[in-house]
Design a protein around this ligand. Structure first.
Ligand code: FAD
Ligand code: NAD
Length: 467
């Protein structure tokens, strides 16, 4: 048995590794247990980072194919070297996971490789390559993340019927790709393979894409993706995938509300209907922690129902996002150190890294209407933004919602090139409970896409000047 830790964190994803680094900074004796063989969790290894590496590369390919000539850039015949595209993706992942190891050393975090399980109050047992070791600790943080939600009747083999993990590693560009689910993963990974040449069909159970996002944003996004070639089957469910033929998969679909079945043919099917919390074999029962009906571990300011057992990230409630897990990790470490750790759940931005990007923070119009809250809206199209026109990227808009009486910004919803970067300005404004007028009267550099945010903010009070 080692000397007693102040905190042992189970899981080395964005929740766990940021919690560990912050705990180290605060002078706590900390260990982080990770079973994957690499730090960084889903995000660095099979999520945010590899998907963005492929989104960036495929976007450059599409720009070279469709936009370069119009800008006076002539190339020879273009081709794709998928192996190289995958290898630059792996380089990005490897560099970043090693970076987390470096940060652990810098902040005196013990990195313990193996599968961790709670073995009663203050005890974590780690099953590593060299056998088991027991860690004694004052606090345990559960940061075990999430896994792909399976679809009953559809077996994921990670070669032809894949989850996001397999979809990040396909050996060739599919001719026909069927996506089950029009959420964030479907649209991002569907975009990657469409740009590289796949014909993409999306089967979505609901009658809209991107559930939870602002309705106007989702409608505009759907139109834009349809123009790019996505074939959407909304209000439709998959009832099975027949894999008996060696070359063609047969996907059976039918209207969600019931009706005649139809068969779609595909080379590859991506199952992307969401993720579920991962708490397998964690020994929760040894400390009396229960999960809810969907498998999430409930928390009150990161504390579980068991004293000194904490939970953060995808395995507890809230959006399954890396930056949410990170913020919880930081605040949880601060609470363990006796400080006032806090996460503002009203201001967690969401970004879909398609082209154009989609970004949201705060309340949607649908939510404000449902709450009966009176709000004003300012909207500005990129069509009227000088930089967007110069760059020929005029699709999309910025929308800002503010309280009708106080003018406090309540939400912002954007679609357009680079809005994933631009949303942070509104997040900061909202953290300071800024009024739309504060943003409207802040000098923005010209010519930038971010001027669209200012013009939309002006629009809340009806004085948009450039449209
Ligand atoms: P995870 O990152 O899942 O990490 C948990 C870690 O715990 C894992 O490494 C796992 O191996 C380890 N673990 C589990 N059980 C044990 C155990 N018993 N012992 C030891 N180790 C254990 N989010 C964004 O914000 N932006 C994006 O662009 C984005 N893109 C994504 C793209 C894809 C394809 C996917 C799948 C997800 C994406 N996400 C994105 C979501 C993001 O990856 C997750 O929200 C985030 O990783 C959650 O962090 P976490 O620390 O809670 O869990
Ligand atoms: P999601 O929840 O975003 O979307 C799943 C979609 O599948 C929904 O539209 C849902 O209505 C649909 N669906 C559910 N069951 C279905 C069925 N049986 N048939 C057809 N459609 C069905 O989930 P995801 O896209 O799998 O992503 C998982 C998680 O990963 C999300 O929580 C997301 O936040 C995170 N993620 C984030 C990013 C990002 O921030 N850019 C990128 C990728 C993933």
């Amino acid at each position: 048995m080692s000397e007693t830790y102040d905190v042992v964190i189970i899981g080395g994803g964005p929740g766990g590794y940021n919690c560990a680094i912050r705990a180290g900074q605060l002078g706590l004796k900390v260990a982080c247990v990770e079973m994957r063989g690499k730090l960084g969790g889903t995000c660095l290894n099979v999520g945010c980072i590899p998907s963005k590496a492929l989104l960036h590369a495929s976007e450059m390919y599409e720009a070279a194919r469709t936009e370069f000539a119009g800008m006076g850039i002539e190339t020879g015949e273009l081709s794709i070297n998928l192996e190289q595209m995958m290898s630059q993706k792996s380089d990005a992942v490897d560099g970043l996971t090693k970076g987390v190891e470096f940060l652990f050393k810098k902040n005196k975090v013990d990195y313990i490789r193996g599968k961790g399980r709670i073995a009663g109050a203050g005890k974590v047992v780690v099953e590593g390559e060299d056998g088991e070791q027991e860690l004694a600790t004052r606090n345990i943080v559960i940061a075990t993340g999430s896994e792909v939600t399976p679809l009953p009747g559809v077996e994921i083999d990670e070669t032809r019927v894949v989850s996001s993990t397999g979809a990040l590693d396909l050996e060739k560009v599919p001719g026909k790709l069927v996506l089950i689910g029009a959420g964030v993963i479907g649209l991002e990974l569907g975009s990657v393979w469409r740009r590289l040449g796949a014909e993409v069909t999306v089967v979505e159970y609901l009658d809209r894409i991107l559930p939870g996002m602002d309705g106007e944003l989702a409608k505009t996004a759907q139109r834009t993706f349809a123009k790019q070639g996505f074939d959407f089957h909304l209000g439709t469910k998959v009832t099975g995938v027949d894999t008996s033929d060696d070359t063609t998969l047969k996907v059976t679909v039918e209207p969600a509300a019931g009706g005649d079945a139809q068969t779609l043919e595909a080379d590859t099917v991506i199952v992307c209907i969401g993720r579920r919390p991962y708490t397998d074999g964690l020994g929760l029962e040894t400390v009396g922690v229960e999960t809810d009906a969907r498998g999430f571990i409930p928390n009150d300011h990161f504390q579980t129902s068991s004293e000194n057992v904490w939970v953060i990230g995808d395995c507890t409630h809230g959006p399954m996002l890396a930056h949410k897990a990170e913020d919880e990790g930081v605040a949880c470490a601060e609470r363990i150190a006796g400080k006032a750790g806090h996460v503002n759940y009203g201001i967690i931005p969401g970004v879909v890294y398609t082209s154009p990007e989609i970004a949201s923070v705060g309340k949607t119009e649908d939510e404000l209407k449902a709450e009966g809250r009176k709000y004003k809206k300012g909207k500005f199209p990129f069509q009227a933004n000088s930089r967007a026109r110069t760059n020929h990227t005029t699709d999309g808009f910025v929308k800002i919602l503010a309280d009708a009486e106080t003018d406090e910004i309540l939400g912002a919803h954007m679609i357009g090139v680079n809005v994933g970067e631009m949303i942070s300005e509104v997040c900061l404004a909202m953290e300071f409970r800024a009024a739309s007028e504060d943003v409207a009267r802040t000098c923005h550099p010209h010519p930038t896409l971010s001027e669209a945010v200012r013009q939309a903010a002006m629009g809340v009070e009806g004085w948009t000047m450039q449209a």
